[in-house]
Structure formats: structure tokens, C-alpha cells
Ligand binder design. Structure first.
Ligand code: 5GP
Ligand code: ZN
Length: 120
């Protein structure tokens, strides 16, 4: 089980980070957690989330920007470890019009097939 700062008892991804809901873990450190999407849209579809509850990219501030930048270093490591050498996509949906269904900041890593031309 991991400690979650700002734990939101109603948040699915806070529960996944804590281990209250099982997930297919890909990576974990003290700041972030990565797991396979339950409904993959590509051969590789991984979600990377901060362990602290941040609602979305719309809640990124000067205070948490360092954490977000750090998560991008983890995203690059995961993409390399998954062998996505032909390329990949990182996506973060924000709010209803952005298609966000889970209000805990997360980055989708998609790869393993050609994604060109599909921006929603
Ligand atoms: P969003 O739509 O908010 O950008 O992305 C949420 C993602 O979470 C979706 O791709 C959805 O398939 C995934 N998801 C929803 N519930 C679960 C779950 O219980 N476990 C896992 N591993 N992924 C989930
Ligand atoms: Zn949360």
C-alpha cells in the first residue's frame, strides 16, 4: 500500500494508488504510479498518475509543476522500457469536453500501433 497525499476517498485513482483497487502495475516510486489501462486503445496503453491527488492538467500550478515535469521523465523511461521505439503518444484529457472520466491527473501513454491522424 502507498501513502497518498490529499487522498480523496471518492477518487478511483487514489484508491488504485493505495492498492484498495487492484491494478496491473508497470512502475512505482515515491511520487508516481503507472498501470495498464483497463480498456486499452492501443497495444500499449499505460496510465501514469501522481500519488498526490491533483484533479487534472487544469490544476497544475507553480507549486506542483516540478512533480509534473518529473512525471514526464518517468513517462519517457516507461516508453523506452515498453520498447516503443517507433514512437508513441502522451495524452491528458481535461474536463468533460476534454473527455476526462477520472478527475485525478493522469497521462495516457499509447503506442504499439500507428496513431497518426487520430486526435479525437
Ligand atoms: P480519461 O477518460 O479520464 O482520460 O481516462 C481514464 C482512463 O481510466 C480510461 O482510459 C479508462 O479505461 C481507465 N480506467 C477506468 N477505470 C479503470 C480501472 O478501474 N482500472 C484501470 N486500470 N483503468 C481504468
Ligand atoms: Zn485521486
Amino acid at each position: 500500500m502507498s501513502n497518498v497525499q490529499n487522498y480523496d476517498p471518492d477518487c478511483l485513482f487514489c484508491k488504485i494508488v493505495r492498492g484498495d483497487i487492484p491494478s496491473d502495475k508497470v512502475y512505482e516510486d515515491e511520487l508516481c504510479y503507472a498501470f495498464r489501462d483497463i480498456d486499452p486503445q492501443a497495444p500499449t496503453h499505460i496510465l501514469v498518475v501522481p500519488k498526490t491527488h491533483i484533479a487534472s492538467c487544469g490544476a497544475v500550478t507553480a507549486e506542483n509543476a516540478g512533480l509534473v515535469g518529473y512525471i514526464f521523465t518517468v513517462i519517457a523511461q516507461i516508453a523506452a522500457a515498453e520498447g516503443l521505439d517507433k514512437g508513441w503518444r502522451v495524452v491528458s484529457n481535461v474536463g468533460p469536453d476534454g473527455g476526462q472520466s477520472v478527475p485525478h491527473l493522469h497521462f495516457h501513454i499509447l503506442g504499439g500501433r500507428c496513431l497518426s491522424g487520430q486526435m479525437g
